[in-house]
Ligand binder design. Structure first.
Ligand code: SAM
Length: 468
């Protein structure tokens, strides 16, 4: 590219012509196996790929090369993230919204969805229900409505969430997924001690973006696209990007996502902390067939593998929008965080039965957290409830440095084992406990440093004795 990435605004950099050019280049070179090999060789250095190179891999249909892409994605995930999977749950605070998003049931004109906003007392009930499952990490969600959900309301909720200590439970990290806002408000979120600020671009195709968001503040494409720059200016250095796959052509979104990552890295010296890969789901008032854009499960998994290869240090998130089967396949290819036992309704966790009336979308994986933890361990993963990086101030480039140094095995791996132990003692079923304890015993031996192994063993005893 012959223009200066650093001096360009996100909207200028992630531009339509460059994306179209990238797709054209990728489709013209998808059978150029020499080029594919060169790109794979570069990817093996684990320093990432440009959006153009990664787009060629995504377009490539040669079955042997596709297998190489999958194998490499799996290996890169193992190298940087080990076999740990971090767990979290979304917490819906309010479905009041003044936007007109055509794919979201919370849109202003939807009059048959009841509107609800949690009181602080209700937030408390939700958090206790989540803590009783074993969750330590939440992503709070809210519609955009300056009157009903002003920043002060969000800040109050965060304060309430962090203040609740119940039995052995405590939410140790609150990530925030609310609409694009001002630098000043991002500073307030930073001061409230949030983890990652998450905002999905929905689609990078400006014209379609404007059509899909016909009314409300979200209609402003530039304001939305530059939100992460403002968040970073406000001092938040862990930001999570994503697109809502299905809204537009997946090749377009894939290139846009990677260009966004390139922009953040060039301008702020650190790329996105996470990339989410949500897909549009059936919801009240929404027909998902309108928005599938022919994205098969197979291509969806390939997208995840190519993201893993292109940005090796960035966490990847998959939600319960996906079925157990898709999650099983995609986790292997590079996902580092998943949600578990999610309810997408406002006030849903405090209810005995899953309520559907205020739900944002249908959840495809309805298992309990214990079932998800059990399933992960049987598949060879270590479910992790760790939030140590955030609490130790290892965010932004400091987290990336840890990841790049390969020291994760001496740091995140032991923390995962200790937080899993807490989960087993406090929340797990007998079967999960049994599998988990065996897993911890086996995995302690995979801690490279002798002294760290010893410390972990001592701490596990302390956890058994009641320390948290
Ligand atoms: N209101 C905030 C905003 O405007 O960014 C974010 C909160 S919203 C609860 C979180 C995300 O849900 C949206 O960014 C969108 O990608 C996703 N979403 C909306 N409708 C959906 C649907 N029908 N299926 C799956 N995901 C959906």
């Amino acid at each position: 590219m012959d223009y200066n990435v650093k001096s360009m605004k996100a909207e200028e950099f992630i531009n339509h012509e460059e994306i179209l050019e990238t797709i054209k280049y990728a489709n013209n070179h998808k059978d150029d196996l020499k080029l594919v090999d060169e790109i794979l060789a570069k990817a093996k250095l684990r320093k990432g790929l440009t959006h153009k190179e990664a787009s060629v891999l995504l377009a490539c249909s040669d079955s042997e090369k596709v297998k190489e892409i999958y194998d490499l994605a799996e290996q890169i995930k193992k190298d940087f993230y080990g076999n740990r999977i971090v767990l979290f749950a979304p917490l819906y605070l309010s479905n009041y919204c003044i936007n007109g998003c055509l794919y979201c049931p919370y849109h202003l004109k939807n009059k048959h969805i009841p509107r609800k906003k949690l009181t602080q007392e209700e937030v408390k009930k939700e958090v206790i229900a989540l803590q009783d499952m074993g969750h330590k990490r939440l992503a709070i969600e809210a519609g955009e409505d300056p009157e009903n959900n002003p920043i002060e309301y969000i800040l109050d909720c965060i304060k309430t969430i962090y203040s609740i200590k119940h039995k052995n439970g405590a939410i140790r990290r609150v990530n925030v997924n609310i609409a694009a806002t001002t630098v000043e408000n991002y500073k307030k979120l930073k001061d409230a001690g949030i983890g990652t600020y998450i905002l999905f671009q929905e689609t990078y195709h400006k014209e379609n973006y404007e059509r899909l968001h016909p009314t409300g503040p979200k209609h402003n494409y530039a304001y939305h696209t530059e939100a992460m720059d403002r968040a970073m200016e406000g001092g938040i250095d862990d930001v999570g990007i994503g697109v809502l796959f299905g809204l537009d052509n997946y090749q377009y979104e894939f290139a846009g996502l990677l260009m966004h990552a390139e922009h953040l890295e060039a301008v702020h010296g650190v790329g996105p902390h996470t990339i989410s890969v949500p897909r549009v789901k059936r919801a009240d008032d929404i027909d998902p067939n309108e928005f599938d854009n022919s994205l098969s499960d197979e291509m969806f998994c390939k997208i995840a593998a190519c993201i893993r290869i292109a940005v090796p240090y960035t966490g990847m998130i998959i939600s319960t929008r996906e079925t157990k089967e898709v999650r099983e396949k995609i986790i292997r290819l590079g996902v580092s965080q998943i949600s578990g036992a999610s309810r997408t309704s406002v006030g849903g966790y405090a209810e005995k039965e899953r309520p559907h009336d205020t739900e944002q979308f249908d959840v495809s994986d309805n298992r309990t957290l214990d079932e998800v933890v059990n399933w992960l361990m049987r598949a060879g993963y270590i479910p992790s409830f760790c939030t140590a990086c955030y609490r130790e101030g290892r965010t932004g480039d400091r987290f990336m440095a840890l990841c790049k140094s390969g020291q994760i095995q001496n740091c995140c791996h032991p923390n995962a084992l200790m937080t899993l132990k807490e989960f087993l003692l406090d929340y797990a079923s007998l079967d999960t406990k049994e599998i988990g304890n065996k897993l911890i015993e086996k995995e302690i031996n995979n801690i490279p440093k002798e002294n760290v192994r010893r410390i972990v063993k001592e701490r596990l005893v302390k956890i058994e004795e009641g320390d948290r």
